[in-house]
Design a protein around this ligand. Sequence first.
Ligand SMILES: [Zn+2]
Ligand SMILES: [Zn+2]
Ligand SMILES: [Zn+2]
Length: 942
Amino acid sequence: MAKKEKSVYQETMHLPKTGFPMRAGLSKSEPARLARWNENHLYEQLQKKNEGHEQFVLHDGPPYANGPIHIGHAMNKISKDIIMRYHAMNGYQTPYVPGWDCHGQPIEHKVEEALGTAAFNATPTAKIREMCHEFAVENLDLQREGFKRLGVLGDWDHPYLTLYHEHDAADIEVFKAMFDRGMIYRGRKPVHWCKHCHTALAEAEIEYADEVSPSIFVRFELIDVPDELKAAGVPVDVVIWTTTPWTLPANAGVALLGEADYVAVEAQGRLGIMAKALWEKVFHGVAKLEDARLFTPEGADAPWCAHGEDLVGLTYKQPIFEGVTGRVVTADYVTLEDGTGCVHTAPGHGVDDYYTGVRCDLPIIMPVDDDGRFYVGDTYGTGGPFSGLDTDEANPKIIAWLAERGMLLAEVKINHSYPHCWRCKNPTIFRATDQWFVSMDETGLREQALDQVLNHVTWYPDRAKNRIGAMVEGRPDWCISRQRNWGVPIPSFTCADCGEKVMNDATLDAVIALFKAEGSDAWFTKAPEEYLGDACVCPHCGGHHLKADRDILDVWWDSGVSWKAVCENRPELRYPADLYLEGSDQHRGWFQSSLLTSVGANGVAPYKAVVSQGFTLDGQGRKMSKSLGNVIDPNKVCDEMGADIIRLWVASVDTSTDVAIDHEILARTSDAYRRFRNTFRFLLGELEGQYDAERDHVAFDDLTPLDKIMVARLTQVQAEVDDAYASYEFNRAYRTLYDFVVTELSNVYLDALKDRLYCEREGSLARRSAQTVLAELLSMLLRDLQPILSFTCDEVMAYTPEGIRDGQEYAALLDWYRAPITLEEAAELAPVLDAALELRAVVTKALEDKRSEGAFTKSQEVRVAATVPEASYALLTGDGAPDLAEFFIVSEVELTLGDEVSATVEAARGERCDRCWNYRTSTGAHGAYAHICDRCAEALEA
Ligand SMILES: [Zn+2]
Ligand SMILES: [Zn+2]
Ligand SMILES: [Zn+2]
């Protein structure tokens, strides 16, 4: 149809009209819509609608309550909302209880910053906890408003907070279950320790960064010397390498590689034993001792050489403490890449060292206190000559001390990757301390957890399974104690009379009851005898003076037991949950802590399925940071473009990997949004106030062939979209719908229908047939897009005819779309559309060529003579063949059999109808009308 020129018959035509605005104005309309949802309790209505139906429980992973929402949060919550809206439309009961992680070091750190460290240290624990509590609640309010603005439906007035009393109690209930199964133990172990934050750190709290460290090569003098080396008549050493000189006071052994060759190097009037593969590098390269050479015993024809395992048991003088003996052992982690092949082993200061110490019965010495200072004293186990020094201060002093005694072979500086504290960014140290642990192997927790993740949980994407599997397989025992204030205490007591640790079912039950009633704050304000009752007794000495210990649980424990505190406790939820969805960093965080506590307490994973998502990066794949100026603030995008644009962006990206967002990407998303909006507007223009399902609906069998083909196509698209949502691949749903709307509907089908819609007689089968398909399309798009474009689809509802909106006011309450025919039926019709589209491509090309020659302006002015091969010919001339002239928007298509698909364009026969501007041989005088076609005459008479 022409746009500028107006038909004189325009008022007799059915031109589109709808109140649905072309301009979205989302940033203004969305808040008003939200207010309406809120006032009318949309979330509660949704729960009511599906009450008694099968549940679908997506358990929310609690974000940390320490700042406004960022785009990663937005992606997380929108993804969850998409899933829940989809399931709700499918009839599931979809309770969504959002949560917040409220305890932990980051919040305590903010409070410490606000107070200043000196004031913080002088403030009583109860007061600090009160301030932390306030901070958490303020921040979660901020986040809650941000999440609601994104259109996320949930029980926002009744979230779960890890600081609730019931959550505190659940922490201890799970602890007790695992304690009773023998999984929790107290052990001395090297843990990452931050001397600035005074706490043990979990692997997840460690960041690796480059650090310059002293790298020293040190001679440890042997006490017993291998016979063949005695003849040399000089002192014999084993040469070690270390980058942490401060750990030398805790040295207890030297580990060699059993199968490697070791040699003795003559230099500086001594022999030094070290790996054959490295001696030149060390003596010539690093120590610059040009004349160093291998020692050959007299009469031997080759330099002395021994396997590491042959040297096991040799003893040496501990480098710092006189009279203390160290011992040579072997270990399989020793490599011949760096150092000397002789590894300084301090079981109190390293994980590998610790296990070697336990295996070889070396003493586990740990002379460093919580502040990272050496204990004062002169015996092994204290700082000795370095008493009272900080580990960093001790490093150069120890090096000087070794040099003075002729033990320092060489010293250089190296730059290497070193563990740092995630909060204060300072380097951490390894320190064996008394901590509480969950044993991964003692009672088979690792094995059970692995079985659950590999065989009983579905992972999206599938590769996430291997990722968490590898992490569970390789992880050490879980250190669950922290030396902080803001958390749930580990429920242990110390007997003031005999020093015994006291923890048993009676004390645990009393603590659970206390936390249920008063929360974990009571631990810090009440004396144990006030709540322990008869349990306030030391089983060891019978004393009644118990002191509450001060360690708190790892914050991952808090969120990890939400399956208990929330899924199991809240009546609308269930355990195990159907789905957890979080970022891929939660493989070592929440996915894992939830798994270990649930398997530990009950033997089953807390989730049946897990969706793992990537991180949000900028358009160039960089992390977002204030300094780069590439931060996309979701609140701001809502204010400027609307939440539906962020929602559409989430749906458009492959969330299973890292995803990109910047202003350019958002602008493209906004363009895509307009395509969807315009399609809604077109559909509403033909249906609003015009289509009455009861009056106008045409049964599938009575549709025109072209309309049948479109219904078949729609059926296929719907199946694809349905499958994509069910597999949590929103971007596949988005892509499928976008391509359908843009390349099929807008560019082809909807254009072809305009003639019938505008010009056919009102109530005619041809027009009703077209309207029926448009109604199906609207019905489908409204439902398929509702999980994504939640605001816009809700807006569409007000203009949507009664019969296609389930009698609902809100789009969220719609039922999922069901296509009118089956996928099999659709498949039968697909070849006709394929053949028609194949021909259309050739016709379009021919039309373009002719039009550029100036042969015509509107395609209605021409007719097409086309040929197609036999198979297509049969399809395009058979019973199911569409009206090709209508489909291609030309006056006539003359189809003949040919070898290939071809098309030629000629002038149309007949004359132009003044009403519809189609060229028809029937055009002429019809009664009162001067120059119109048959079809239009009939329409006018009606
Ligand atoms: Zn720190
Ligand atoms: Zn006692
Ligand atoms: Zn006409």
